[in-house]
Design a protein around this ligand. Structure first.
Ligand code: SAM
Length: 388
C-alpha cells in the first residue's frame, strides 16, 4: 500500500472559495483548511469504531483526489426559475452559477446549460460529463411538463444539439420521428470509467444511473480495491452491489472469478454491455464473471464457503440479511477476507460489528475523500478472518 499512501500528500492548507457559502446547504466545511477537514473525518470514523468496540490493527488512513473540483455529475433542483441546491435557512433554491465541487468539464457544461430558460415551476436535473467529455442531461419533470416539452419542440431540439438527453423516472430518450417528438427505451452509453491497474475501462450506463461522483476520485478507489484483491491471488469473490461493474472490473483484474450480486436490472444491463465491449485482450475476463440479480439484503442462497473473499459496496441501509449465512458456517469455512466499501459509515459500522463477531479483524481502513468540503466520505475496509 506504500504507493497509495503517497496520495496523503494533499494540500493541507487549501481553502476552496465559494460565493454561496452563506446560503447554500450543499457544503458544510467551506472555510476549514483541507487538512483539518480530513483529520475531522478520520476522528469521526475513529469515534464510530470506538463506540462499537471495533478493533483495528492499523490507523485510519486518508486518500484524496483533491480538495474540490472533483464531481462529474451534479443533481440540482429547478424551482421558480432558480437552478441549484436548497438554501440553508429558507425553503428555496439557491441559484448556482459556479460550484467548487464541479470538475472543469462539468462546470463548463453547467454554464452552457444555464442558458436555457425552463418554463416549468419545478423539476430535478442531473448533468453529467463522461470520460471523453461527452455531455448528458437527465430531466425529471412532472408528466404534464414532459408533454409540454415534447410538444414545444424547439427547447428540446436545442438541448439535443448540445447533449444526450434522458427524460423522466424511466430514463426514456426523446427522438424526432419526422412529425413529432416521441420517447424511446433507455439507452446505454459510456458515462463512466473504471480502472484495472493503470488501464482505464469504459463503463456503459445511463446519465441517470448510479455511479461514483467523480472520475478522478474513482481512480483512487479502484487502486485500493485492485491492490487488496491482488494481495489474495487467484481468489473466488462474491460481490454485493456490483451496480454497473465499477469495482467488479478492478476485482476481475486480479481474481480467479467474481459472482456479481445486484438488484438493479438497468445497472446489470450496463455491466453486460461493458463486458460485451471489452477490448479483445480483455475478452477472456467475461468467462470469469457470473451475474445474479436479486434482493440480497433479504436473502442470500449462495454458500459463502465456496468463496475466498467478499466484496461489499451496499446502499446506505447496509448489508442486512446478506450476512446471515456467514453466521451459520464454522469459522474455517468462512471466506478468509472481506472488503467493505461504504459512503454511510453508520450502517457500515453495524455490519462490521457483526463481522467482528464472525471472527473477522479489521486490517486496513481508508477514508477516500470523494466529497471534500462536506461531512461525507467513502470508507474502504479490509478485514481478514482469524485463523481457526
Ligand atoms: C453504493 S452502490 C455501488 C455500486 C458500484 N459498486 C459502484 O461502485 O458504482 C450500491 C449498489 O447496491 C445495489 N443494491 C441496493 N440494494 C440492493 C439489494 N437489496 N440487493 C442487491 N443489490 C442492491 C444498488 O443497486 C447499487 O448498485
Amino acid at each position: 500500500m506504500a504507493n497509495l499512501l503517497e496520495k496523503e500528500n494533499f494540500d493541507h492548507q487549501a481553502v476552496v472559495p465559494c460565493p454561496y457559502q452563506a446560503d447554500c446547504s450543499g457544503c458544510q466545511s467551506l472555510g476549514v483548511p483541507y487538512g483539518a477537514q480530513i483529520e475531522l473525518k478520520k476522528e469521526q470514523l475513529k469515534q464510530l469504531f470506538r463506540a462499537s468496540n471495533l478493533l483495528s490493527s492499523s490507523p485510519i488512513q486518508a486518500l484524496s483526489a483533491g480538495p474540490g473540483f472533483l464531481r462529474d455529475r451534479l443533481d440540482f433542483s429547478l424551482e421558480d426559475g432558480r437552478l441549484g441546491l436548497y438554501h440553508k435557512g429558507k425553503r428555496e433554491i439557491v441559484d448556482i452559477a459556479t460550484c467548487c465541487q464541479l470538475s472543469p468539464e462539468l462546470s463548463a457544461w453547467l454554464t452552457e446549460f444555464r442558458e436555457f430558460q425552463w418554463p416549468f415551476k419545478k423539476g430535478s436535473i442531473r448533468l453529467r460529463v463522461g470520460p471523453q467529455g461527452q455531455k448528458g442531461v437527465w430531466l425529471d419533470f412532472a408528466n404534464v411538463d414532459i408533454k409540454a416539452l415534447l410538444d414545444e419542440k424547439t427547447l428540446l431540439r436545442r438541448l439535443q444539439d448540445k447533449a444526450f438527453v434522458e427524460i423522466g423516472q424511466r430514463r426514456k430518450v426523446p427522438f424526432w420521428n419526422g412529425q413529432e417528438y416521441k420517447l424511446r427505451a433507455p439507452e446505454l452509453h459510456v458515462w463512466f470509467q473504471t480502472w484495472m491497474g493503470s488501464r482505464p475501462v469504459d463503463l456503459y450506463c445511463q446519465v441517470a444511473s448510479f455511479t461514483q461522483p467523480s472520475l478522478r476520485a474513482n481512480k483512487v478507489i479502484c487502486d485500493v480495491i485492485n491492490a487488496w484483491i491482488a494481495s489474495f491471488p487467484r481468489s473466488r469473490i462474491i460481490e454485493f452491489g456490483s451496480g454497473i461493474g465499477n469495482l467488479t472490473l478492478p476485482t476481475l483484474a486480479a481474481a480467479e472469478s467474481v459472482l456479481a450480486c445486484e438488484i438493479d436490472e438497468l445497472s446489470l444491463d450496463g455491466l453486460r454491455m461493458t463486458l460485451d465491449h471489452l477490448p479483445s485482450d480483455l475478452q477472456h475476463l467475461k468467462s470469469k464473471i457470473e451475474i445474479h440479480r436479486g434482493d440480497f439484503q433479504k436473502k442470500l442462497t449462495e454458500d459463502f464457503s465456496q468463496f475466498d473473499g467478499v466484496l461489499a459496496n451496499p446502499p446506505r441501509s447496509g448489508l442486512m440479511n446478506f450476512l446471515n449465512p456467514l453466521g451459520e458456517l464454522s469459522l474455517e469455512k468462512r471466506p478468509p477476507f472481506f472488503i467493505y466499501m461504504s459512503c454511510f459509515p453508520e450502517s457500515m459500522v453495524k455490519d462490521l460489528e457483526r463481522l467482528q463477531e464472525f471472527g473477522y479483524e479489521l486490517r486496513e481502513t481508508f477514508i477516500v475523500d470523494q466529497f471534500p468540503q462536506t461531512n461525507h466520505y467513502e470508507v474502504l475496509g479490509l478485514l481478514q478472518r482469524k485463523q481457526s
